[in-house]
Write a protein that binds this ligand. Structure first.
Ligand code: NAG
Ligand code: NAG
Ligand code: NAG
Ligand code: NAG
Length: 502
């Protein structure tokens, strides 16, 4: 199947004869070695150093990257230096960035005991992000939600170190709300406060009080609710539009606040938010198409609330429905799989869905084990191990157990993507090419079929995305070849878990 599709695509692209070479399998895999989850974990975290914006510290291990984005915030008279570039571009998109922070924090909250020597790097990766979120939330009733003008950024193929496209700072505030991005920012700050609670209590206190401040303005002052797409418009949406509405972020943010404060202070907001969501979706119906992504937090919220078990309610039913929608043997399965067994949910960066859903399967499966629970889907019942095994099959697929024998993590295994859609990785580094490269100077490095000169070790590519197991290692197809910060965040937790129990 794979070969047919590759040949078909090849035929389409015959015009560009020189491109053909990169479609041939570059290594013949013999018998497959077992996955090295610990090695993958270490690389998965290293990826975040390659995405860093701002002034790099002496401990920076990805040394081909240099300082960049040093004027971010200046237009608004604030300091927004730092944080992460979102994906293969140089914009700091606050909504998916905050989701990355929440899930990275959740990975650490659940699996710090399994991280071994990588725990320190996990803390560093998270703190680089939360330091930025603290800068973005210094003023009450104002959250800076983006640095960088996306249209001009996307029209250049330029190293972050050379960036000369406009760097406007976008905000939401008391006249222009953005409940989804503020809710996610509160969630990230609260979740991170749990991570740092014992190692740095003062920092944890700062994060938590900031989370409360942000939450105060969106939950308690409900007149300020609204979507950032309305308030900011084209600069944030079509890029990261909150299709699912902002109620899920309000529930999610409130749930993380409760967990971080060991309280039920925000329970009424959670109940109210869930009622709102239920009027719009069919969560209770068998086979509902559950999501967990930077856009949609529903599955994550209910599983988080189930772990907290503060009230007697529907969370367990929702969590079972979620599992029933995924388990291949479930009568209520609503999830597509490729012939090789990979979840197929998204045509853009499919692995973001694979890693996020698998993360929830492990978190939920572990919880079920601890309470001797099972999942019931109609007349079928599944033990917790069924959820864990499904997650493991997804992780193993990503690490090379797939029809192409290819790892989808750059630098992991002996066959992995060589041409990810990533400006910094594909243009020669400042060390190799010290002269400034202007906006269009990068184009030859974008169109060439040569491998990227810089290995962005640990980056996951978007992976197979059309329902088959095929993959073209082709830079211009961003839907397959672009990495993103939110793809790695749940993978950190998964790799930690399987490095101990795989
Ligand atoms: C509030 O946010 C809007 C939308 O980002 C912006 O245009 C406006 O200038 C901000 N208001 C203030 C007082 O900064
Ligand atoms: C919440 O409870 C945990 C576990 O008992 C404790 O370690 C932590 O300090 C508490 N957090 C707060 C903010 O009180
Ligand atoms: C993948 O590896 C298996 C052996 O593990 C081999 O039979 C198969 O031909 C390989 N496929 C490709 C596309 O290299
Ligand atoms: C991915 O992008 C390419 C180029 O725009 C397009 O031809 C292809 O159909 C896309 N694939 C999917 C599954 O959307």
């Amino acid at each position: 199947m794979a070969a047919t599709r590759v040949r078909f695509c090849l035929a389409l692209l015959m015009l560009v004869a020189s491109m053909a070479a990169w479609m041939m399998p570059s290594a013949v895999a013999g018998s497959r070695p077992p996955p090295n989850y610990a090695d993958a974990l270490s690389k998965c975290l290293l990826f975040y150093e390659g995405q860093r914006s701002g002034k790099l510290p002496p401990t920076q291990r990805v040394t081909w990257r240099k300082d960049s984005g040093l004027i971010d915030g200046q237009d608004a008279g604030v300091d927004l230096v730092g944080g992460y570039y979102d994906a293969g571009d140089n914009v700091k998109f606050g909504f998916p960035l905050a989701f990355t922070g929440t899930v990275l924090a959740w990975s650490i909250v659940e699996f710090s005991a399994e991280m071994g020597p990588e725990l320190v790097h996990a803390h560093e990766a998270l703190r680089w992000l939360t330091d930025y979120l603290l800068k973005a939330t210094t003023q009450p009733n104002r959250v800076f939600v983006q640095s960088g003008e996306p249209f001009s950024d996307h029209s250049c193929w330029q190293r972050p170190e050379d960036m000369d496209t406009p760097r406007p700072s976008f905000q939401v505030n008391d006249t222009h709300p953005g409940s989804e991005v503020a809710g996610e920012t509160a969630a990230a700050l609260a979740a991170a406060s749990i991570v740092f609670r014992s190692s740095d209590p003062a920092y944890a206190d700062t994060l938590l009080s900031r989370a409360k401040q942000v939450t105060q303005s969106i939950l308690v002052l409900e007149i300020y609710q609204g979507s950032y797409a309305e308030s900011i418009g084209q600069w944030v949406c079509p890029f990261y539009c909150d299709i699912s509405g902002y109620e899920d972020e309000l529930v999610w943010g409130a749930a993380w606040l409760n967990r971080a404060t060991n309280s039920s202070d925000y329970m009424e907001h959670i109940i109210h938010g869930i009622q709102q969501i239920q009027t719009q979706t069919k969560l209770r119906v068998n086979g509902y198409d559950w999501q967990f992504s930077w856009d949609n937090k529903d599955a994550g919220s209910y599983i988080l609330l189930l772990l907290m078990q503060k009230t007697d309610d529907d969370y367990s039913r929702y969590a079972q429905n979620f599992a029933c929608s995924l388990l291949p043997q479930s009568p209520y399965k609503s999830t597509e799989y490729t012939p090789g067994g990979l979840i197929h949910k998204a045509s853009m960066a499919n692995l973001q869905a694979v890693t996020a859903l698998s993360f929830l399967l492990v978190v939920y499966g572990r919880h079920l084990s601890s309470v001797n629970g099972i999942v019931t889907c109609g007349n079928s019942q599944f033990p917790p191990s069924a959820l864990i095994d499904l997650a493991k099959s997804q992780v193993d697929y990503i690490l090379g157990d797939n029809p192409l024998n290819m790892s989808y993590m750059v630098g992991y295994g002996n066959k992995f993507p060589q041409r990810i859609h990533h400006r910094a990785a594909s243009v020669p580094s400042v060390d190799q090419h010290p002269q400034h490269l202007w906006c269009k100077d990068g184009t030859p490095y974008y169109v060439t079929d040569a491998p990227n000169p810089n290995l962005l070790v640990g980056a996951l590519s978007g992976g197979p995305n059309d329902g088959s197991d095929d993959y073209l290692d082709y830079r211009p197809w961003a839907n397959q070849s672009e990495p993103a910060t939110y793809m790695n965040a749940p993978f950190v937790g998964l790799l930690a878990y399987f490095s101990r129990y795989g």
